[in-house]
Design a protein around this ligand. Structure first.
Ligand code: PMT
Length: 397
């Protein structure tokens, strides 16, 4: 999607002054910007400033005479927007949006828009951490709003912490990336990380997956407009913004979590390294060391992806293959056996590829026998190319 028209909503906080630089930068990048200010925002910044920088009248009042020939201005502006940004976004506007309150121009206009909404919060750290704000942000993310998280630093009130509105250049960069908004509304389920198969309360079997590949996919899919569910094994990564993250431990728990959500998905990408086997029994108490060896019997875990392959109706299914040898033959075998549309193979013996790395070198095999060999690149770049492939499959439908 091409972004040309931006509605910039400005609410009442000291960071409102940054809206002037943001408007100026957006104009320089070639966007057409129309500004809406709440009553409180006007206490911090003059509408004349934004009017001069945007070259458009600034809307400040729901009941004022229209600034254009449009009849119902808040609806017309809501439709005009390719993207709707609110920067700074106070706890108040976040709360109103979460509760569905429309009591001024900005809150009614943003409620009426079908454009992607980007909120750039700025407030005191304690307010940002307040449970009501946390819950409202989580709800808005679930509804598909994008958030550019506040930066950490000295706040206007004298406190230090997370609450500073992100800088205008960061917001402009974010919008440029959001310009590739081509997966709007698609429901994509992604799995990431390893699984842990318990032997007793202190020991488990696992593998080297860091979760980076799956998290990169989730982040990229969200940035392109998808509604993303990330089912993650135990990893040390922060939850990607806007993504519904469900933490699981074992392969069986991942199986339950994936299957419970499969029917509503448009695509599933299984980047997780799922244990094929688990100990037959799990001791409730720590197993004590004894003389001699300890023999453990392992039993098969369900193959989640194969199960999805058997159940799929309209869903695109993408698997990964982590291989040490005969990469192409093994990957192709899995593509067919699990009834996949694509499989992304990584040779985990290669440097900088596979487990734990920031980069990957993937070959994507398609159902129609064709393949694309990607060079070494960041996992985020690889994620975008995988999503391009899925997008193409949807286009060809
Ligand atoms: O997490 P990182 O550190 O970033 O590393 C990324 C990665 C190497 C883990 C990732 O790129 C990768 O290759 N993931 C799949 C690893 C794997 O388990 O491959 P596999 O060949 O064993 O399984 C094939 C496919 O079946 C995978 O999509 C896997 O998720 C799925 N599977 C496997 C077993 C099982 N019981 N259920 C499954 O769904």
């Amino acid at each position: 999607m091409k972004i040309k028209n931006i509605v910039l909503g400005v609410t009442g906080g000291i960071a409102a002054y940054k809206a002037a630089e943001l408007t100026s930068r957006l104009k320089k990048e070639g966007y057409d910007v129309r500004c809406v200010m709440t009553k409180s925002a006007q206490q911090f910044l003059s509408p004349l400033t934004l009017q001069t920088l945007s070259n458009h009248p600034v809307i400040t009042d729901l009941f004022a005479a229209p600034t254009t020939q449009w009849n119902v201005e808040h609806i017309a502006l809501a439709k005009w927007a390719d993207v709707f940004i609110i920067a700074p976004a106070t706890a108040n506007i976040i709360g109103k949006m979460a509760a569905g309150i429309g009591d001024d121009f900005l809150s009614t206009c943003v409620m009426a828009t079908k454009a992607p909404i980007v909120l750039v919060p700025a407030m005191n750290e304690a307010m940002y951490e307040h449970q009501a704000v946390v819950d409202n942000i989580a709800l808005l993310k679930k509804r598909g709003c994008f958030f550019i998280e506040p930066a950490v630093g000295k706040l206007a009130c004298g406190d230090s912490g997370k609450g500073r509105m992100e800088e205008p250049n960061v917001i402009v960069d974010y919008l440029k990336r959001l310009g590739r908004y081509d997966l709007t509304g698609k429901k994509i389920l992604i799995t990431a990380g390893p699984t842990r198969e318990a032997l007793d309360p202190v020991r488990f079997l696992t593998n080297h997956s860091s979760g980076r590949m799956g998290y990169a996919l989730a982040e990229a899919a969200y940035e392109r407009g998808a509604l993303v569910t990330l089912i993650s094994g135990p990893v040390n990564l922060a939850a990607p913004t806007g993504v519904d993250v469900i933490k699981v431990d074992s392969a069986l728990a991942m199986y339950e979590a994936v299957l419970a959500r499969f029917d509503e998905q448009d695509a599933v990408i299984k980047a997780a390294a799922v244990a094929d086997y688990r100990p037959e029994t799990v001791s409730a108490e720590k197993i004590k060391k004894k003389d001699g060896d300890w023999l453990v019997k392992l039993v098969r875990n369900p193959d989640i992806l194969a199960e999805l392959g058997g159940r799929k109706t309209r869903q695109i299914l993408v698997g990964f293959a982590a291989e040490t040898n005969d990469v192409e033959a093994n990957a192709r075998k899995k593509l067919v056996a699990k009834n996949l549309d694509l499989i992304c193979a990584n040779d985990i013996t290669e440097a900088e590829a596979g487990f734990g790395t920031e980069t990957n070198r993937l070959t994507i095999y398609r159902k129609d026998q064709s393949k694309i060999s990607l060079p070494l690149m960041s996992k985020k770049q690889a994620a975008d190319l995988i999503l391009d492939q899925i997008g193409q499959l949807w286009q060809n439908e």
